[in-house]
Design a protein around this ligand. Structure first.
Ligand code: HAM
Length: 419
């Protein structure tokens, strides 16, 4: 049988796993700088965690992997809902300093049409802070994301930002959109027909009808914003200015998920080759999720980065990924040496050096070739004759020297050479 990875999934081979480790180390370090703590939630949840009543997003309506007989479960398409579910389930609002600051790294699953930068299993790094509704916190959250992008050597990005305002502003705007789009809806896509009923705001986010003539004259949210919402947004922008983070206000940015209120943002790669999947990370504020899952009335704010996209952009921008680490010691056996290479390699590892022992009966040349392919720093040659005297040969491939040492002094010799 010739199996391949399922459509929209991919293997990460060792050479690339090294890059992932490097990126992940940065994510953990930067999250810690902002005092966020990691949270791990299940890869699947009750379907209701994601499919909240009245949700109009494509993610919930078209892209979920759901299964189960009596109970319905869904592979998580995103991280926010699970984190808030956990926050409420464990009543963390009672025990944690607020705002609670969480981050997560892990796979997400969406049944989308795979293309460059869009998979069915992909990986997100996300943050959620819960319990403080403050425009400065919104700006600080964006700064965290920008720090991560910069740490991977990516500089061609722009921050697009908008506000969806408070509930009353959005309700007034939705009514206006409904009235405006109703006469045009027959010429719009089937999804927009559904959106007109469920959540007209989402029409603005439609990929198919992006260039529909009716889009141009659509009412602007800014004309429906309450004074409070306007002030809140102005403060977010002021805080971004204060941190020296440039941004563009994009009045059509409504985001693809339904839970947002007030600030929404996306950070986009401005490299022309990034194409349609140029969004590196996106997020925003959500006022109602904590209550939805049974907790108190607390507002949250967060974003998620698509890590495959981050990694691809880092590569394109010439980020220097670390080289494969060298093997410290390669142990060659010469003649009938039995378990000696095995025992020597064990002794070397016990001292904290990496070691590979040759077990098969192979020519000296073949064994040296293996040592070379592993870029071994030292080659220890355990010869039958030398072992009888309790000695081995050690070759330093950097210094290009070779000496005979007592097996018992091998570690001491390695340590001396490290000095
Ligand atoms: P999202 O915009 O759906 O937001 O996803 C965030 C990021 O995940 C995207 O900007 C993109 O980089 C990446 N992404 C999404 N779908 C795919 C895919 N099919 N293949 C590859 N990468 C993908 C959320 O998920 C929200 N939970 C973010 C958030 C957190 N909002 C508040 N807190």
């Amino acid at each position: 049988m010739n199996y391949q990875t399922p459509r929209g999934t991919y293997d990460i081979l060792p050479e690339d796993v090294r890059k992932w480790h490097d990126m992940e180390a940065k994510l953990h370090r930067i999250a810690a700088l902002y005092n966020y703590e990691e949270i791990r939630t299940p890869y699947f949840e009750d379907t209701g965690v994601f499919a909240r009543e009245g949700d109009s997003s494509d993610m919930v309506n078209k892209e979920m992997y759901s299964f189960g007989n009596e109970d319905s479960y869904t592979l998580r398409p995103e991280g926010t809902a699970g984190v808030i579910r956990a926050f409420d389930q464990h009543k963390l609002y009672g025990s944690m300093e607020l705002p609670a600051r969480f981050y997560y790294v892990g796979p997400m699953f969406r049944h989308e049409r795979p293309q460059k930068g869009r998979q069915r299993q992909f990986t997100q790094f996300g943050v959620e802070n819960i319990g403080l509704k403050d425009p400065y916190l919104d700006a600080e959250t964006i700064a965290l994301g920008i720090d991560i992008v910069k740490s991977m050597g990516i500089s061609s990005v722009k921050v697009c930002i908008n506000t969806l305002g408070d509930d009353a502003s959005r309700a007034a705007y939705n009514t206006a959109l409904k009235e405006y789009f109703a006469p045009h809806i027959d010429t719009m896509c089937p999804d927009c027909k559904r959106r007109l009923v469920q959540n007209p705001l989402r029409i603005l986010d439609c990929k198919d009808d992006h260039d529909h003539p009716a889009m141009k004259g659509a009412p602007k949210l800014r004309d429906y914003l309450s004074e409070e919402s306007k002030t809140y947004f102005e403060e977010v922008l002021k805080a971004l200015d204060a941190m020296g983070i440039p941004y563009e206000i994009d009045e059509r940015l409504v985001r693809g998920l339904d839970y947002y209120t007030h600030t929404v943002f996306e950070v986009i790669s401005t490299r022309p080759e990034s194409g349609a999947q140029a969004t590196i990370f996106g997020g925003g504020r959500y006022d109602h999720l904590v209550e939805y899952f049974g907790g108190p009335e607390l507002s949250g704010m967060g974003f998620a980065i698509g890590l495959e996209r981050l990694l691809a952009l880092a590569g394109e921008d010439g980020y220097a990924f670390p080289e494969k680490p060298r093997t410290d010691v390669y142990v060659i056996g010469l003649g009938n040496v039995g378990t000696a290479p095995l025992a020597i390699a064990k002794q070397v590892r016990d001292a904290g050096y990496s070691a590979v022992a040759n077990f098969a009966q192979r020519s000296l040349k073949a064994q040296f070739k293996s040592a070379d392919r592993l870029h071994a720093r030292y080659i220890v040659i355990a010869g039958e004759e030398e072992l009888k005297n309790g000695t081995v040969n050690i070759k330093d491939t950097d210094a290009k020297t070779q000496e005979t040492v007592a097996v018992n002094d091998l570690i001491k010799t390695l340590k001396e050479r490290e000095k």
